[in-house]
Ligand binder design. Sequence first.
Ligand code: XMP
Length: 511
Amino acid sequence: RVLIVDFGSQVTQLIARRVREAGVYSEIVPFDKAEAALGPVLPRAIILSGGPASVHETGTPRAPSAIFSAGVPVLGICYGEQAMVAALGGQVEAGNEREFGRADLKIIDETPLFDGVFEEGERAQVWMSHGDRVTKLPPGFRAVGISTGAPFAAIADDSRRLYGVQFHPEVVHTPKGAALIANFVRDIAGCDGAWSMAQFREAEVARIREQVGDGRVVCGLSGGVDSAVAALLIHEAIGEQLTCIFVDHGLLRQDEATQVVDLFRGAYNIPLVHVDAGERFLRALEGVSDPEAKRKIIGRLFVEVFEEESEKLEDAEFLAQGTLYPDASRACRRGRASVTIKSHHNVGGLPETMKLKLVEPLRALFKDEVRALGRELGLPEAFVGRHPFPGPGLAIRIPGEITPEKLDILRKADAIYLEEIRKAGLYDTIWQAFAVLLPVRTVGVMGDARTYDFVCALRAVTSTDGMTADYYDFSHDFLGHAARRIINEVRGINRVSTTSPPSPPGTIEWE
Ligand code: XMP
């Protein structure tokens, strides 16, 4: 077990992720619980995360000295390095040269921390994000890496196995960072690297049983991977104590609702309430074209319908959700910022109104890890690999007012587009691809007749976490073919355009 001590960094979960990637189990604890978490059985290693505070100010988070006297290897990252230096008698000051973003690390000495990762004299790209810096090392330490803004960008006390780095090895912009973390937890701390999704599954099943006891759990299914994986895992843990509620808002893609019902009722025999609420949603959306208003209406109605159904299950005590780490952090970031970019309706909305206790078994995972867990649980590949789909569904892919006619047109175009992407073998390299129905009619000619039909836009992006995205560059042949099929086969569309902004500035969805 590796203990990750959290000083409030935005990316602490990424450290956990890198440790998992190295095949090692980890636990995250807040810094003020770190000493207690050392436990009767010591962790094999400790990693101190970054954080927003300044150690030279009073009242900021400290690293308990027990961490350094436990005799286990410690790696301090950014604020974690500074907290370690401060705790062991070195000095940290506010720097004149703040470093944010890409920086150049020069390796000036060897250390076991760098074995197989960096060589002496090497210059490596790393990611920095700090204002303060270490100015005097504690006894026993030496500098092993420097950067322009940080004379102690990497420090080591090999005999006590204490290490500090000012840069962030956990982010992808430090290309060799994952290898550094793997080297620390495996070679320096001696963890065997045998941890796997199978063990996560086992541990999480035990945790769910303990949390839920003999209570009843309701789980909202959306048709997407996350809620499906959460439901399967919880079902494995507590069987019939779980009931799934699938609020079908009538804004799903073609055949999607049937697929969800068939899979859960048929293949898995999991109790499922399918609420066919399409008409109710459409009625509420009638005449509404403002994107935020649409999102809010769908969000409110979703909660209403879900609540009505779960109240019918009288003794429901817990609410299960497939919230992932990026969902939670995006909701939190967007919530804190002064502007709301988009109201995400499926995070944070349900719990307060429902007074149910939350079960969120995927809260620490990233999308690709959830997919790996889905495979581990035997979820069919076609389901596991599904592109993300937004809670408000096709409503935010039809700018302007939503009508049954437009939904029908969009479903057909979207199905053709996705079919072509699958046929071309591109589905898995794309993060998300979908058709959008623009509220614009243009004049065309088909056969010898005039048409006055809608424009369809095709969007496809690559991404690793849905937070930033780049457009996917199809070949002209592919686009020409897909567009031709859509125009020929879907009545109501006479023009297809493609769209290319990366995100930011364009968000992935259109509304
Ligand atoms: P944007 O459009 O904000 O989308 O760049 C980022 C990712 O989030 C998905 N998305 C949503 N997912 N509820 C969701 O569950 C929502 O309200 C929602 N809005 C956007 C979007 O599909 C993309 O993957």
